[in-house]
Design a protein around this ligand. Sequence first.
Ligand code: NAI
Ligand code: MG
Length: 357
Amino acid sequence: MSQTYKIAVIPGDGIGPEIVKEAMKILHHIEEHASYSFDIQYALAGGAALDQVNVPLPNETIQICQEADAVLLGAVGGPKWDHNPPELRPEKALLGLRKELGFYANIRPVTLLPGMEERSTLRPEVIDGVDLVVVRELTGGIYFGEKKREKTKQGEIASDLLVYYDYEIERIVRLSFEMALRRKKRLTSVDKANVLESSRLWRSIVERVAKDYPEVVVDHMLVDNCAMQIVRRPTDFDVIVTENMFGDILSDEAAVITGSIGLMPSASLGNGNKGLYEPIHGSAPDIAGQGIANPSATILSIAMMLRYSFADENAAQAIERAVTQVIADGVGTPDLVKSGQPAICTHEFGDRIIKRL
Ligand code: NAI
Ligand code: MG
């Protein structure tokens, strides 16, 4: 009997529905040629959910995602809901989903696609051959620690607690070693062990887990140094693993060194093969509805879904090759072509990728 995978699809707001539509074309094309099939369930979240049912993350959506093997998300948010109170903000849906589904690892690969050298703010020889992955801890650390604010005699005081349990560190460190094992077998663990106790615990756990992965070369780097090295010699990195706040900053820094935000996919993973896949960009309200959004990041997120949730590395690489070739052909949405050059629209871009597949 052939396998059926359940996929929850959340188009979201702004350009979300436009780019998800192209990604779904690719997914159906893969299905036609694969030994497995997909059971697709669409779900509401973000502004679209607020408009229809007055909550950013309906229970029904959580349930659909819980029952799914993978979740595909476009993007949420937009000016229409910017003045909503905190509990009625579209972004609530993202944090809620990650927490409900236990996705503690955010994975952002950074590679240089051909033709994008000139779009980078770094010199071509610095970024030539960049192929790294940032693994960011997503459900612990300072963003989730106790927050306090009070007025005292000496003045007003505010604090955010940076807390990690050993098991929270160990699970993301193991996931990162596994990833390094399937790649270039190098792991850089980033911390601030010269000042932070939580970093010293982090570092000791990396040392302990490293014994189980003798094939992987491990080094430790202080976060301030890493921020420098990412722009100085990005080609030296393979897998970078770090805590939530350091990862937030470093993953944004790493993502832009290779060019357009419209090209960058991501995965959020937990235990098991289930994952949430989404482009790193937002709902781009400035270009929504014009049919010019770049669907690459969402299509490359599908490749990550095939790799991590459905263990089909061949199909994942086929999609990555097709996107690379279409861009190398010199055709693309307006964000990809040089000014003055003709551009193609979102759905034409999707069609070209299918032709290349
Ligand atoms: P954004 O990523 O939506 O847009 C930044 C710039 O990049 C804009 O000029 C946009 O046109 C361009 N851009 C983004 N994606 C593109 C694509 N696929 N093709 C071509 N150009 C693209 O970030 P911004 O403007 O800060 O946020 C807009 C809304 O999106 C806000 O409501 C924000 O809260 C939300 N947002 C949602 C995220 C998510 O759902 N994961 C992540 C980031 C922002
Ligand atoms: Mg960020």
